[in-house]
Design a protein around this ligand. Sequence first.
Ligand code: KG4
Ligand code: ZN
Length: 364
Amino acid sequence: MTTGPVNHDLTVLGIETSCDETAAAVVRRDAGGKGVILANVVRTQLDLHAQYGGVVPEIAARAHIDVLDAAIAKALADASLDCNAIDAVAATAGPGLIGGLIVGVTTGKAIAMARGIPFIAVNHLEAHALTAGLTHGLGFPYLLLLVSGGHTQLLIVKDVGSYTRLGTTLDDALGEAFDKAAKLLGLGYPGGPAVEECAKAGTPSVPLPRPMRGRAEPHFSLAGLKTALRHEAMARAPLSEQAVADLCASFQQAAADIVGDRSKRAMEIYLEAMGADAQRALVVAGGVAANQRIRSALGEVAEENGFDLILPPLELCTDNAAMVAWAGAERLARGLVDDLAAPARARWPLDPDAPPALGAGVKA
Ligand code: KG4
Ligand code: ZN
């Protein structure tokens, strides 16, 4: 559904409930396209899921129901606004866990209907993809690396609503691979921070593969790396503290090498597609962007290829509602709004025209 483009300040309430963060935020976009965050409330459910070593969908959905109303009230209070000052409500409608998505979408629609303002169904991946416009005022086009617990993708961001997927994972997401590695080595959940901390005491001395390195298409595959780690761990059992640290350091180094190699290939394809004069910027989003070794690997390939490495602040790299409100404002400014029949969608690719990636267990 489209309305006319808007050229005045827009204040948007954003709602995020696609995984294990319940979040509400208020963002204002001025007529010139600059954004400012007025409130950003995130209620993580990590402690509810930690004992299971991963997110339990039904527990997540119930927890969203419990805390979403209070998170929205707090966001409005933090922004010193009441509902009357909101121009639109944007809620993540997918992809993600369907129970949680339904909670956020239904709440967003109810507020929009009660207030008589537009509702915007936001694609969670688009919200990550557009964050650099909010945090850095970055214009289009740019290259995006999204590396989280659920997603591992390289995309060209050409404009709002215009994305070309260059690469995806054929099996596990990168954050998921960190989580599984941590579980295997008896470290905590979420695994990424635990592996990174443990790796500090180790050396990357264990031989591990770099799956997909050098392949022409910038896809990822992480299941084989995880299996190789398991074999190396079993060969060293019982594991000393030093052995665990060395395994962590080796796994992290392999992950960093893979991310660097795949991103380098994506930069080449980006320049072929967009022209050598196109803006050279690589934006990184998702929780794995916190990893210092991965950041420095990306810094190196970016420098070698003349790209600026853009790292939004960590709290805006991980799941939050400010990115959802901003994506909603960007869409609203272009007259792109949804009607109240817009569904929650467990699967919702950003680039529906991307050729299917061939491999076992492809998720996106
Ligand atoms: O974006 P995010 O907060 O949530 C979603 O998955 O949507 O990402 C969480 C993922 C987890 O898999 C976590 O293990 C990983 O990001 N992660 C890290 C680090 N911090 C978080 N992976 C590697 N190194 C880290 N320091
Ligand atoms: Zn996310």
